[in-house]
Design a binder for this molecule. Structure first.
Ligand code: HEM
Length: 337
């Protein structure tokens, strides 16, 4: 039974990672809500560690000091990579925070999450800052070049679809605007800063969260759509690992230029990706018996994953928009009566 559940989760995670992580993280946050509220500082300190392990070597390399790469450490490396990509933690966390403003606070789970909305907002800053630190130096310079020096960019870059690179580049540049919106929202989540602001100003600033959610949707959709049109930078260049990207982005910052990819270009790409839509792993004969196939043996190709991800984004952000508008209408009616 346990194996079936693990198999199912593995399968769901491989084909719909965002939805699966969102469900798991929501349940975890509800279960841990009391503990998060009570020991918020401990959570902040622990969850800031992966960010610190991204920021420290990055800063050192910018000054020419070589340090160890923490991304090669088992488990911890996975967590750092996840922070950089926003995959199973950062993005779902932002979605949970976003949904808190659209759901009925009387629903028990929502009530628990609402009680820790501030804490979750502070925690969300660690993956967002780790992501931005790496991305602003590794993806932004070439995205800028695509628009500012288009002819030179096209002459020197292998491109499968100009539209694809254009969409990716626009989405990366949008990241800078998102960062500019995110930082004030994040800083004012801390009580010490919030106390210094008037309620009116704080509320005014919070309205920018809606702009952030809209840009978040465009950013994520653009990266996926650009990646589908222009897979792995157009010419399927040699896949490089996050370790290399972290080092490269620090190096490129020091040199004043950066690499360009459409999204998850810094992941090691497995040989079976980008080949077939859905395939099963080749069964290995063991002792004359064919092993029974589990759900986790089904492999979903990168383009199919991309389409599932786009559908997940439409579902998540579309439902949010519907729920938020419905809540606004209800609140307006309440005020009138
Ligand atoms: C500073 C400029 C930024 C750039 C160049 C950038 C670039 C990227 C790239 C390349 C990805 C693909 C995943 C990866 O490999 O990392 C991505 C994903 C993502 N970024 Fe950014 N980003 C920036 C800032 C931000 C900020 C400030 C936020 C949030 C406030 C954010 C939220 C996200 C999310 C949630 C994803 C995952 C999207 C998905 O699941 O489809 N990014 N970004």
């Amino acid at each position: 039974m346990v194996k079936i559940v693990i198999d199912l989760l593995e399968f769901l995670r491989s084909c719909a990672p965002l939805l699966t992580s969102l469900i798991i993280l929501t349940v975890l946050c509800i279960l841990l809500s009391k503990s998060i509220k009570k020991h918020a500082t401990v959570y902040y300190l622990v969850l800031a560690i992966p960010f610190a392990l991204v920021a420290l070597p990055f800063t050192c390399r910018m000054f020419g000091i070589e340090t160890v790469s923490f991304t090669s450490i088992p488990i911890l490396g996975e967590i750092i990579r996840d922070y950089i990509h926003m995959g199973t933690f950062g993005h779902p966390l932002l979605i949970i925070i976003m949904y808190m403003g659209a759901l009925d606070p009387k629903i028990p789970g929502v009530k628990k999450l609402l009680a820790i909305r501030k804490e979750l907002s502070i925690i969300s800053g660690f993956p967002v800052l780790a992501h931005s630190l790496i991305r602003v130096t590794s993806s932004v310079p070439n995205s800028f070049k695509f628009f500012a020096d288009h002819a030179e960019y096209m002459a020197n870059t292998k491109v499968a679809s100009e539209w694809g690179v254009g969409i990716s580049s626009f989405s990366f540049l949008l990241g800078i605007i998102m960062l500019l919106i995110f930082i004030p929202l994040w800083v004012t989540s801390f009580d010490s800063v919030r106390k210094r602001m008037s309620n009116v100003n704080w509320r005014k600033l919070q309205k920018w969260a809606y702009v952030l959610y809209a840009t978040l949707f465009i950013h994520a959709m653009g990266i996926q759509a650009g990646g589908l049109l222009n897979p792995r930078g157009g010419g399927a260049p040699r896949p490089v690992t996050v370790e290399a990207t972290v080092a490269e982005s620090a190096r490129s910052t020091a040199n004043g230029h950066g690499g360009h990819g459409h999204g998850r270009e810094n992941e090691t790409v497995k040989p079976d990706q980008n080949t077939q839509s859905v395939q099963t792993a080749r069964p290995v004969a063991t002792g004359g018996r064919m092993p029974t196939k589990g759900l986790s043996d089904f492999k979903v190709s990168a383009p199919v994953k991309g389409y599932i991800h786009i559908l997940s984004l439409i579902l998540i952000f579309g439902s949010y928009l519907y729920l938020r508008l419905r809540k606004a209408k209800k609140d307006r009616l309440k005020l009138m009566h």
